[in-house]
Ligand binder design. Structure first.
Ligand code: SIN
Length: 353
């Protein structure tokens, strides 16, 4: 009898507690009903931002920085979902994905657009830019504007350029200091006519392979080497499969940030303004931080591996520049004169350095 009374008391207490917490029209219920995360969800616009790089790289971090800024500026009216490491699309199909509206934003390496838009080849020319300021002059000056204008007429709008760094060579055969050291080597390359002709000038052969298949191809020895920025070599662990790395700084790798045009048109005027502000702030952020990220990654490579590092001397760089002259002659047939003149203007501004 006593047991029945205890059980009944417990059951009653349980029912009363549940009623108070879950079903009463009191204070607790009002708090549960209100959740500001849920506000305006039906109007929220989602940007699917696809890219092939790792998250701890200039592009990966810039994408995150941009997502935070645009969400804050639009009070969560615009949300960015980031798909990194080629999780959704690879180098070969990300352009189609954004033109078809399967994703809203991508940021491919500029060379990947040069196969469709010949003027874009200018950014891959070897030793075109003497340093970071020269790259900024190109990206944020008349050259950059002319290249973004080339995208008009597609259903993709060019938003601007993000920074990564200068490219370096790695390989598994022998140290590379002179152009002749490249003879007969086989390299993984990104697509791009200038990149192809750069390796032809060095008498090396190339295979265009997805960025995210490069590690495996280095591992099985299908290619002897590759060229990339330090942050890509580090984050994708290419250095673990390579015995030699040459700090050649022979060309710059940065990104074209583009958006599906129909999505852009759907934004209100004030959302477009917020978008442009966020884009400008992230561009400033990645311009500064890309240098630090690459510096940190070369320190980490030196600390954690026994890859041999060779730094080219000024005299050696001169030998490479001479070998690359035919690459310029070929590209100049394809790139508009105005852009070539602009590049020459930038080069003469930094020639004293
Ligand atoms: C990237 O940084 O987006 C990839 C570059 C590459 O394909 O090597």
């Amino acid at each position: 009898m006593k047991t029945v009374a205890i059980i009944t008391t417990f059951v009653l207490a349980g029912i009363l507690t549940a009623f108070y917490l879950g079903f009463s029209p009191g204070e607790t219920t009002r708090i549960l009903e209100y959740d500001d995360e849920q506000e305006g969800l039906e109007e929220q616009l989602v940007i699917r931002f696809s890219h092939v790089a790792a998250e701890n790289t200039p592009k990966g971090m810039a994408a995150r920085d941009f997502a935070n800024r645009i969400q804050a500026k639009t009070n969560n009216e615009i949300k960015v979902e980031i798909y990194s490491n080629g999780e959704l699309y690879q180098d070969q199909n990300e352009w189609e994905a954004v033109t078809n509206g399967n994703v809203e934003m991508i940021a491919p390496a500029t060379s990947k657009l040069s196969t469709r838009f010949p003027n874009w080849q200018v950014l891959d020319l070897p030793y075109a830019f003497k340093g970071y300021d020269a790259v900024q002059d190109a990206y944020e000056g008349k050259i950059g504007q002319a290249l973004l204008d080339d995208l008009k007429g597609t259903n993709v709008k060019g938003l601007g350029f993000w920074y990564n760094g200068f490219k370096q060579f790695t390989n598994n055969k022998h140290p590379i200091r002179l152009p002749s050291d490249m003879d007969q080597l086989h390299f993984r390359v990104m697509p791009g006519p200038v990149i192809k002709s750069q390796f032809e000038a060095l008498n090396a052969s190339t295979s265009e392979l997805s960025f995210n298949k490069t590690y495996r191809n280095l591992e099985v020895g299908f290619v002897d080497g590759q060229e990339n920025t330090i942050s890509n070599i580090y984050s994708k662990k290419f250095y673990k499969k390579q015995a030699y790395m040459t700090l050649s700084n022979h060309a710059y790798l940065g990104y074209a940030v583009v958006i599906h045009e129909d999505f852009w048109e759907k934004l209100s005027k004030s959302q477009q303004v917020s978008f442009e502000e966020a884009m400008e702030e992230t561009t400033n952020w990645v311009r500064r931080h890309s240098i630090e990220i690459n510096d940190a990654h070369i320190r980490e490579i030196k600390r954690s591996s026994d890859i041999e590092l060779d730094v080219l001397t000024t005299e050696e760089v001169k030998r490479w520049r001479d070998v690359f002259k035919p690459v310029y002659n070929e590209a100049e047939q394809e790139i508009s004169n105005n852009i070539i003149e602009e590049l020459e203007g930038i080069q003469s501004n930094y020639s004293h350095q």
